[in-house]
Ligand binder design. Structure first.
Ligand code: FCB
Length: 521
């Protein structure tokens, strides 16, 4: 190829800028800063990638039903096909192998295993699919991390008795969990009972934006629900379902199978809206109402004092039998972390947003102060680039829960998509590389300060169905063309594999790029 003088000059100026940029991005973090046996992987969930929604006797899940209601999903899409991972899992495992990850976090579809919960048969084809997936992963030396419930339940449980609002669900979850331990337990060393129950309950029962769409004003406009009461009942049933599953695993399977079990929580690092005592207290309450709501009962045996003080008897009580179950400690805390937010006090002064009162601890979570965002914005609303948040949240969890082992189960970066864009518009994702390197660097600092962190998973290996945003946001290291289902590596996939090889070997990443281009930042 021939260049004119100016073109050649621009080419090399841009290339040099890119190399320097990559060096700056990668500065301060490399594989050697993490223990040799550290888990490095990628994360997904059943509904977001599998598709095959009625294949091989699968039952309907609550998300199958919800996404088919017009108006629920931004781009009108659903997960019927998603990434067609159900049929392409072998190819996707090849992608993981080429990245060089040693682990993979995914979730089992409850309705694939038990199409009608405990009111019907176990679906042997569902069991066989996950066995094939697990075998293929192990064959390639990739450790599975399996989540039992990533927001989804068999729809039958909603229709029959109101799902999480009814204590019957504890029995259903225990039944399902035990089938999974029995069928897959020899192959699984890491079990997560729930993914982000705090988000599942908040959106399902307080704001009503996720199934089962229950809420009351001013939190949202739903046909039924009570945002001041139901979230606490539903959460209580989740906590006890988790405790049951841990109890069963520890009593009957752990010794024989040698795995570990924990729960995965959504975490936010809350920065006081202003550096004053009332906003500092609001930040503490925000963490209590988001995270300690579940982790305090599970690890310390009681709801957090910050919640008890505000909610009193609205918080359901634990019976002596429940307390016995809660005494069984789990093995690790899964931490999903993306962003910091401001916490604004609404207790001592009135906030404009009326949906942040008692039920959320009189705290408003907000990304902006005086028109300025808390960090660079990303294409996911309310996700900002605030890497210091990861170190801070890890240290906070370490302190509150006596340095229980942690695994960072999700961390990632979104790109906005639309139908007229193609792979080439997404593959040069320096913004994502910058995000991941800066968060990893922050994590390594937390580890140096003594936090017992055992692993880190990027959300996600491939672009996928992003809940209410449908396919309009892309979190993958690999681009997915939803017409052809073709996967194309983004620059971040090359970066991750170089990083895992012991890099960052910037030269390789850069020399693999075909065209000069401008840096994003
Ligand atoms: C988390 C979810 C995960 C994914 C990421 C972007 O809250 O657990 O399924 O959607 O956000």
């Amino acid at each position: 190829m021939r260049f004119g003088v100016m073109e050649t000059k621009n080419y090399w100026v841009e290339k040099l800028a890119l190399v320097l940029g990559m060096l700056v991005l990668a500065a301060g973090v490399d594989r050697a800063q993490f223990p040799p046996d550290f888990l490095f992987g990628t994360s997904t969930s059943y509904y977001q990638i599998e598709g095959g929604y009625l294949d091989d006797n699968k039952g309907l899940s609550n998300w199958d039903v919800f996404t088919h209601i017009p108006g629920k999903i931004k781009d009108g899409s659903n997960g019927d096909m998603a990434d067609d991972h159900y049929h392409r899992y072998m190819d996707d495992i090849d992608l993981m192998q080429s990245l060089g990850v040693n682990s993979y976090r995914f979730s089992i579809s409850w309705s694939r295993i038990l199409p009608r919960g405990r009111f019907g048969e176990v679906n042997s084809e569902g069991i066989s699919f996950y066995n094939k997936l697990l075998d293929a992963l192990l064959l390639k030396g990739i450790q599975p991390f399996v989540t039992l419930c990533h927001y989804d339940i068999p729809q039958e449980l909603e229709d029959r008795y109101g799902a999480w609002l009814n204590s019957q669900i504890q029995e259903d979850f225990a039944y399902y969990a035990e089938i999974c331990f029995k069928e897959f337990g020899e192959k699984v060393k890491y079990w997560g009972t729930f993914n982000e129950p705090n988000v599942m309950i908040d959106k399902g029962y307080r704001f009503g934006t996720y199934p089962p769409s229950r809420c009351s004003e001013p939190y949202g406009y739903c046909s039924a629900g009570d945002s001041d009461i139901e979230p606490f009942i539903a959460a209580h049933n989740v906590i006890l379902s988790h405790a049951n599953a841990v109890d069963i695993y520890k009593n009957k399977y752990q010794e024989k199978q040698g795995g570990s079990i924990g729960i995965v929580m959504s975490t936010t690092w809350f920065v006081p809206y202003m550096d004053t005592p009332i906003h500092r207290m609001a930040a503490k309450r925000a963490t209590a109402f988001e995270l300690a709501w579940f982790l305090d009962p599970i690890i310390l045996g009681a709801y957090p004092p910050e919640m008890v003080e505000i909610l009193g008897s609205k918080l359901p009580a634990f019976s002596s039998n429940d307390k016995l179950k809660l005494r069984r400690t789990m093995d690790f805390i899964g931490v999903n972390h993306y962003t910091a937010m401001y916490a604004k006090d609404c207790k001592f002064a009135l906030c404009n947003d009326l949906s942040h009162y008692e039920s959320t601890g009189y705290t408003l979570r907000i990304g902006f102060r005086d028109g300025v965002p808390i960090g660079p914005t990303t294409d996911m609303p309310d996700f900002y680039v605030t890497p210091y948040g990861l170190e801070n949240i890890v240290l906070q969890v370490m302190e509150r829960y006596n340095n229980m082992p942690m695994i960072i189960t999700e961390n990632g970066y979104a790109q906005k998509s639309s139908i007229n864009l193609s792979a080439k518009d997404f593959v040069n994702d320096e913004g994502r590389i910058h995000f991941l390197t800066s968060y990893l660097s922050s994590l390594s600092s937390a580890i140096r300060k003594g936090a017992d962190v055992r692993g880190y998973f990027i959300w996600s290996i491939i672009d996928n169905f992003e809940w209410l945003y449908g396919y309009s946001l892309r979190f993958g290291l690999y681009h997915v063309d939803y017409n052809t289902m073709q996967r194309t590596p983004k620059l971040s996939a090359k970066w991750y594999s170089e990083f895992l090889k012991g890099g960052p070997n910037i030269t390789t990443v850069v020399s693999n790029m075909s065209k000069p281009r401008r840096l994003l930042m």
